[in-house]
Ligand binder design. Structure first.
Ligand SMILES: NC(=O)c1ccc[n+]([C@@H]2O[C@H](COP(=O)([O-])OP(=O)(O)OC[C@H]3O[C@@H](n4cnc5c(N)ncnc54)[C@H](OP(=O)(O)O)[C@@H]3O)[C@@H](O)[C@H]2O)c1
Length: 288
């Protein structure tokens, strides 16, 4: 544990919106579990105000911050250094403050892999990532690092092609993808977010659930609602299916470790999420 743990320590989420964020309960539970006198606050930061908010992190009592929409990419130019993962993905979800210097990291990618491991996902093989935004970039990077062959399917095909050209993998059309060989289907699009009847596959034709390999896992990064239409359709097709709560908990755990040096069990983060599930947090306008 760093010696700065003797003074009250602070970490933040900068996002817009930031209301009903699930991060404060997770990190507060982690501080309590680790016996660190710390606090975590979610702040609504408008795009124009991000430089000032980030500059404020250079204070000595600040451990770091998380970034969510719309700041994960624009923050890169405001930092002193980037980890190789953040640089390759082009997105930062965690800032680590070290002696007044700010380092940008991306814990979404390893958090996603840790959640896949918890779900006993196939190691390697053919994976399909749905989406081509920031979450898809983290997924493609992580899966390629873990030795998966990756197909990228996106509503706007040109974005899938651009992502494949940059991070590897191949862009695919859903009509011609070799679905029966696919052992992992990941929804990294925002389809289904706060829309229980919306599936990332329903924008494609035919919109029926594809016939995947029998042992395949369907992982939906969306966690609000807890059961999306994609997950319902996957289970109806006899497949294993997991929502994005595990990834959310693991990315928080990894950020907390980067800030404090303490590895708090993921169960502490998951329990904090579970105890929030009766509130608006998993149904309302929540940021990570
Ligand atoms: N569990 C976690 O810890 C975690 C972490 C990060 C993100 N997420 C989730 O991941 C999702 C994506 O986040 P993001 O930051 O990557 O968002 P983003 O950058 O805005 O990208 C959104 C992507 O979703 C696609 N899309 C949107 N609506 C769609 C629809 N109705 N049908 C098919 N595709 C659609 C977009 O396609 P076009 O290119 O055609 O516009 C785009 O590829 C969000 O739901 C977010 O909450 C979860």
């Amino acid at each position: 544990m760093p010696d700065r743990a003797h003074a009250p320590q602070h970490a933040y989420l900068f996002a817009d919106p930031a209301a009903h964020s699930l991060s404060p309960p997770m990190h507060r539970a982690a501080f309590a579990h680790a016996g660190i006198d710390g606090d975590y606050a979610a702040r609504r930061v408008l795009a124009a105000d991000l430089p000032e908010a980030v500059a404020g992190l250079r204070a000595s009592s600040v451990l770091g911050a998380n970034l969510s929409l719309p700041h994960k990419e624009s923050v890169l130019a405001l930092l002193d250094s980037l980890t190789p993962a953040a640089r390759a993905i082009g997105a930062v979800n965690t800032i680590i403050c070290e002696g007044g210097k700010l380092r940008g990291d991306n814990t979404d990618a390893p958090g996603f892999l840790a959640a896949l491991a918890d779900a006993d996902a196939p190691k390697g093989g053919l994976s399909v990532v749905l989406g081509a935004g920031g979450a898809a970039r983290a997924a493609v990077y992580a899966l390629r690092q873990a030795g998966h062959e990756v197909l990228i399917v996106n509503r706007t095909h040109a974005r899938a092609q651009a992502l494949a050209a940059e991070l590897g993998g191949r862009a695919a059309w859903p009509e011609t993808a070799p679905w029966s060989a696919v052992t992992l289907l990941v929804n990294a699009s925002s389809a289904g977010l706060d829309a229980p009847e919306d599936s990332p596959l329903s924008t494609f034709s035919p919109a029926t659930f594809p016939r995947l390999a029998p042992a395949a896992l369907v992982y939906d990064m969306v966690y609000r609602p807890a059961e999306t239409r994609l997950l319902r359709d996957a289970r109806a097709a006899g497949l294993r299916a997991e929502n994005g709560l595990g990834m959310l908990a693991h990315q928080a755990r990894l950020a907390f470790t980067a800030w404090t040096g303490v590895d708090v069990p993921v169960s502490v983060f998951l329990e904090a999420l579970t105890s929030e599930s009766g509130s608006t947090a998993l149904t309302g306008d929540a940021a990570p």
